[in-house]
Design a protein around this ligand. Structure first.
Ligand SMILES: Nc1ncnc2c1ncn2[C@@H]1O[C@H](COP(=O)(O)O)[C@@H](O)[C@H]1OP(=O)(O)O
Ligand SMILES: [Mg+2]
Ligand SMILES: [Mg+2]
Ligand SMILES: [Mg+2]
Length: 322
């Protein structure tokens, strides 16, 4: 047996969660290539999924990335529950990505032991192939992320967030597009640096394309010195972790569990919190319904989260039925 065969065999016998995260990072990177290819091809083939709400668009990039992620995960983990935003099809062998990111295995000894023993019976993966579709179609490309969220026993514990249009400075004036962030609760986050927000202001990040009366009421009650309207749940959570905003407030229905599973896991891996507007945890088990009708309140620090929950007016909480 060759060295590479031995290495592959050892990985296949090891922790399913490690393999899943290592595979998902590589799959998310390939997804970023697909998103850029579709955009540069110039034909997004936009479909309006009017049945599900306002500004609920789907493009050829959403569809292709969903095929890539689901086919790749199904190929390696045939018994795993994977729930994606777009249609489910597994007959997409041309989209299979087989690689794994070795950096994940280097962290094995630091992983919480109870997560290393997770298996297909208590794991569930929530996939948003392209978060921020509305913004993608309007050229706000930096708002777009690919989200692969991993839940164990219904809790968001690991997440991969890929930003296809993030500009990485490679030195000497060279710029590479795309970065991938991953995080595991109890281990930490990789691919970005956590920064504290300024202490002399209160910046709230909220929806750009799904604003309603309840969203405005909730944001107003939090006494923001600045309201930042950007697309996507993934992009907004990165604003929190990188200290560009103090809280993410979304008092509306419309978000689904694939929107928040990866962002919540990455946020919690750095000590943050993401809940509905009542402060209740979002459940990500395989039998949960996808919609999260209770909105979102998220902060990068546990200490400040309750302050925002207490400020959301009761009328907003009742309006969202939580
Ligand atoms: N009313 C809605 N209908 C469909 N998707 C929604 C709705 N509201 C929010 N979302 C999803 O949640 C994400 C975050 O919301 P927002 O950008 O408004 O803050 C959106 O990018 C969208 O994800 P997606 O782009 O993957 O369809
Ligand atoms: Mg969508
Ligand atoms: Mg989304
Ligand atoms: Mg999406």
């Amino acid at each position: 047996m060759s060295d590479s065969q031995k290495k592959k065999g050892a990985k296949e016998e090891g922790s399913m969660l490690l393999r899943l995260i290592a595979s998902s990072i590589t799959i998310a990177n390939r997804s970023g290539n697909i998103i850029r290819e579709v955009m540069s091809g110039g034909n997004l083939q936009i479909v309006d999924k009017v049945l599900f709400g306002i500004n609920d668009l789907q493009t050829e990039a959403d569809r292709r990335v969903q095929k890539c992620i689901l086919a790749s995960l199904h190929h390696k983990f045939p018994d795993l529950t994977v729930i994606g935003e777009e249609e489910d099809t597994f007959d997409n062998s041309e989209w299979i990505e087989e690689g794994e990111d070795d950096e994940v295995y280097k962290q094995e000894k630091n992983f919480p032991p109870q997560l290393l023993s997770a298996n297909q019976n208590n794991l569930c993966v929530w996939v948003d192939p392209l978060d921020g579709t509305n913004e993608y179609t309007k050229g706000h490309l930096d708002h777009v992320t690919v989200l692969i969220g991993i839940a164990v026993d219904g809790k968001a514990v690991a997440g991969i967030i890929h930003q296809p249009y993030y500009k990485c400075d490679c030195g000497a004036g060279n710029v590479k597009l795309g970065r991938t962030i991953w995080g595991v609760v109890g281990l930490g986050a990789f691919g970005l640096t956590r920064q504290s927000p300024p202490t002399d202001c209160r910046r709230i990040v909220t929806t750009r394309s799904h604003e309603t009366h309840l969203v405005r009421m909730a944001v107003d009650a939090c006494e923001a010195s600045e309201v930042i309207k950007i697309g996507g749940a993934g992009f907004k959570v990165l604003y929190l972790i990188e200290g560009k905003a103090h809280a993410y407030i979304f008092a509306n229905t419309g978000c689904k569990k694939w929107d928040t599973c990866a962002p919540e896991a990455v946020l919690r891996s750095v000590g943050g919190v993401l809940t509905d507007v009542r402060g209740s945890d979002i459940e990500y088990g395989a039998n949960e319904d996808p919609p999260n009708n209770g909105g979102i309140v998220a902060t990068a620090s546990k200490e400040t989260h309750l302050w925002y929950i207490e400020r959301i007016p009761e009328a907003v909480k009742v309006g969202l039925n939580v």
